[in-house]
Design a protein around this ligand. Structure first.
Ligand SMILES: N[C@@H](CCC(=O)N[C@@H](CS)C(=O)NCC(=O)O)C(=O)O
Length: 264
C-alpha cells in the first residue's frame, strides 16, 4: 500500500479508498466518507493522530482529473501545478469514451468530453474554463485569477470566453477527418482569430493583468495544437514569443512531461 490510502479498488464511477488504520484493520471508504473516518481515528493514538492530520490535509484537496494527452485538459493540469494542487489523473480514450480503468466515461461526464474534475465530495465539474477558475479560487494566494467582483476578473472572463468559443472551437473539427478543402478553410479560420490575441499581447507578457493567469495556460494549450495541425501562426510574433515564454515555465514543462509530450 503506497501510503495511508490507496486507490486500488474501483467501484462504480469513483475510486473506493481503503484506509489502513493498523496492519490488521482495513476499512473501505468512499469519497466524502474519508474526512469523518479520519476524525474518529484521531483519538486512537498519537502516531495515527499525526498521520491522520497529514492525510486529511492532502485529502481535503483530493480531486481527480479526467484528461486526454495534449487535449484542452492539459491547461487544467498546468493550472493545478501552478496552484500547487495535486490532482489524481486518469486518461480517457476520446474515440471510444472509455477511461483507462475501463469505465464508460459518459457516465462520469455525459458530454463525453475532457476535462472533467471529480471533487472530494463526489461532485463532478466540467468545462475547462470553469474548472481552471475553480482551482485558481482554491488558492487565491497563487494569483491565477483576479478576485471576483473586480474589473480584472471580467477581463479574465472576456479572454476565456474568446479562447473557448472562438479559438478552441475553431480548432476542434480539425481533429476529425475532413476534406482537404474544408481543412484549408479551417486553418484560415483559426488564423483569422489570432490577430486579437497578438494585439492583446503587444508589449505585455500575459493576457490579463501583469502576471500569469489561467487564461495563459489555456491559450498555450490551444496554440500548442497549431504545429501539430500545420496551422502557420509564424506571422504572429507576440503569440510566438508568448508560447516560448510559456514553454519555459517549470509547471508547463511538468504538465507536458506528465502527458508524454516532452522528452525526458
Ligand atoms: N466545452 C468544453 C469542450 C471540451 C472539449 O472540446 N474537449 C475535447 C478535447 S480538447 C474533447 O473531449 N473532444 C471529444 C469530443 O468532443 O467528443 C470545454 O471547454 O471544456
Amino acid at each position: 500500500m503506497p501510503g495511508w490510502f490507496s486507490a486500488e479498488k474501483k467501484v462504480g464511477n469513483h475510486d473506493q479508498y481503503t484506509a489502513a488504520a493498523a496492519p490488521d484493520v482495513e476499512v473501505p471508504l468512499r469519497w466524502g466518507e474519508r474526512a469523518g473516518f479520519l476524525a474518529g481515528l484521531r483519538h486512537l493514538q498519537p502516531q495515527i493522530n499525526l498521520a491522520c492530520i497529514a492525510a486529511e490535509t492532502t485529502l481535503e484537496k483530493h480531486m481527480k482529473l479526467f484528461y486526454s494527452p495534449g487535449a484542452c485538459s492539459l491547461a487544467v493540469r498546468i493550472v493545478a501545478g501552478e496552484a500547487g494542487i495535486t490532482l489524481e489523473t486518469e486518461s480517457v480514450n476520446l474515440a471510444d469514451k472509455r477511461t483507462a480503468s475501463g469505465e464508460d466515461y459518459r457516465k462520469i461526464n455525459p458530454k463525453g468530453q475532457v476535462p472533467a474534475l471529480i471533487l472530494d465530495d463526489g461532485a463532478i465539474l466540467t468545462e475547462g474554463p470553469v474548472i481552471m477558475q475553480f482551482l485558481a479560487d482554491q488558492k487565491p494566494e497563487a494569483n491565477l485569477a483576479p478576485a471576483f467582483g473586480t474589473m480584472e476578473r471580467y477581463r479574465l472572463l472576456e479572454v476565456l470566453g474568446f479562447l473557448n468559443a472562438e479559438i478552441h472551437k475553431s480548432y476542434s473539427p480539425m481533429f476529425h477527418e475532413m476534406t482537404d478543402e474544408a481543412r484549408a478553410e479551417r486553418k484560415e479560420l483559426v488564423r483569422s482569430k489570432y490577430p486579437v490575441l497578438d494585439t492583446l499581447l503587444e508589449g505585455r507578457e500575459w493576457l490579463v493583468g501583469n502576471h500569469f493567469t489561467v487564461a495563459d495556460a489555456y491559450m498555450f494549450t490551444l496554440t500548442n495544437w497549431a504545429p501539430f495541425l500545420r496551422v502557420d501562426l509564424s506571422e504572429f510574433e507576440n503569440v510566438q514569443a508568448f508560447q516560448r515564454r510559456m514553454e519555459k515555465r517549470p509547471h508547463v514543462q511538468a504538465a507536458l512531461r506528465a502527458e508524454g509530450l516532452l522528452n525526458q
